[in-house]
Design a protein around this ligand. Structure first.
Ligand SMILES: NC(=O)c1ccc[n+]([C@@H]2O[C@H](COP(=O)([O-])OP(=O)(O)OC[C@H]3O[C@@H](n4cnc5c(N)ncnc54)[C@H](O)[C@@H]3O)[C@@H](O)[C@H]2O)c1
Length: 330
């Protein structure tokens, strides 16, 4: 049984708290929020949890072994460092911090204190995302050619970070996971700030990876439709992962190959007059059992603490995501 405290119970925090309370392997001792209304919310739902606005109440409590941080991004670094210095394990919402230097510092402190530092890249605990990873790893899709993501909706607008830093951590984290954490050759972004000066509401990000693999990420909180879709084009098959659909994964047996042609010189691929073969076969929608990703994520955090399991969203993964986010300028 791991004793836990949670900092921040705003929009996203309640989802974490609900899963923590439901998990038999941990006990939520306390919750910290600077907003009176949010503390009242927690008190009303979970009377057994101590609520406080004073961070020191949990930092100085030796019974608290692990801290969940679900506050705005600008606060992640300070809160994570304070918790680690006090010897607590940490699970911090995405992105882990605002710069690579901050992520590295958190990593150094976690190593020095032998503590788990994990970031809440929720989608790596999503069964559909893991299903696509298997399709890629087993070679069913062939060589990956390109990936494009759309994460769009009307709202929720933030003022502390732009749409890229708020939404793209999910897509970058998923792509890095699918491709085994490669280092991009180049990263670029183009965005526009329409509603608030200096805060882009819509961004198109382009990442070029080795082996000519290209990724494009389109994020926006100024869009008529809620879209959560990723298309992966492979040399053998193509996949659309639509997180809004009932059948989240569709595997298309489609592609274009160059036809081998017997030429004058017994060459089977005439360079001057290439012939193409268009394949358009079945579409398969496999059944993917749903498990709430946050539940799986919290179990993984507890496995890392209790059994020393290697964290799949640890410092290395978090650092790559922040590196890619920070590498981009308009
Ligand atoms: N994994 C996901 O799918 C997902 C979805 C939404 C948000 N998030 C992440 O969760 C984090 C929080 O986002 P949100 O939308 O819930 O924000 P929010 O602004 O709605 O909530 C933040 C809460 O933290 C409290 N708070 C702020 N500073 C504090 C401090 N120093 N000490 C204690 N409490 C403090 C605020 O009072 C508020 O209740 C962000 O990092 C965001 O990126 C993740």
């Amino acid at each position: 049984m791991v004793n836990i405290a949670q900092i921040g119970v705003g929009y996203w925090g309640p989802n974490l708290l609900r899963n923590l309370v439901a998990n038999q392997r941990c006990k939520v001792l306390a919750s910290v929020d600077i907003a009176d209304e949010r503390r009242k919310y927690v008190q009303g739902l979970y009377p057994a949890i101590c609520v406080t606005k004073d961070l020191d109440d949990i930092i100085n409590d030796s019974e608290v072994e692990a801290v969940i941080i679900a506050t705005p991004v600008a606060t992640h670094f300070d809160l994570a460092m304070k918790a680690l210095k006090a010897g607590k394990h940490i699970l911090v919402e995405k992105p882990l911090a605002r710069s690579v230097v901050e992520v590295e510092e958190i990593g150094r402190l976690a190593r020095a204190h032998h503590r788990v530092a994990m970031v809440g890249h929720t989608f790596l605990f999503n069964t559909a995302v893991r299903y696509v990873k298997k399709l890629i790893d087993t070679g069913e899709l062939g060589n990956i050619r390109y990936i494009y993501c759309q994460r769009l909706n009307l709202g929720r607008i933030r003022s502390d970070v732009d749409a890229l830093w708020n939404l793209a951590p999910h897509d970058i984290s998923i792509i890095q996971y699918w491709l085994d954490n490669p280092t991009p050759l180049s990263v670029s972004r183009r965005g526009v700030d329409i509603i608030q000066n200096g805060i882009d509401d819509v961004v198109f990000m382009n990442i070029l990876y080795p082996n000519k693999i290209m990724a494009n990420i389109h994020v926006s909180w100024l869009d008529p439709n809620k879209v959560r879709s990723i298309t992966v084009v492979g040399s053998k098959k193509m996949v659309v992962y639509d997180d809004m659909a009932d059948n989240k994964i569709a595997i298309y047996d489609k592609g274009i190959d160059r036809k081998a042609v017997l030429g004058e010189n017994m060459d089977y691929d005439n360079q001057h007059f290439p012939v193409f073969n268009y394949r358009s076969g079945d579409v398969l929608m496999p059944r993917v059992d749903f498990q709430e990703p946050l539940r799986v994520e919290i179990d993984h955090f507890l496995d890392c603490i209790e059994h020393g399991v290697e964290c799949i969203t640890g410092i290395e993964h978090a650092k790559k995501v922040v590196e890619i986010l920070a590498a981009t300028v308009n």
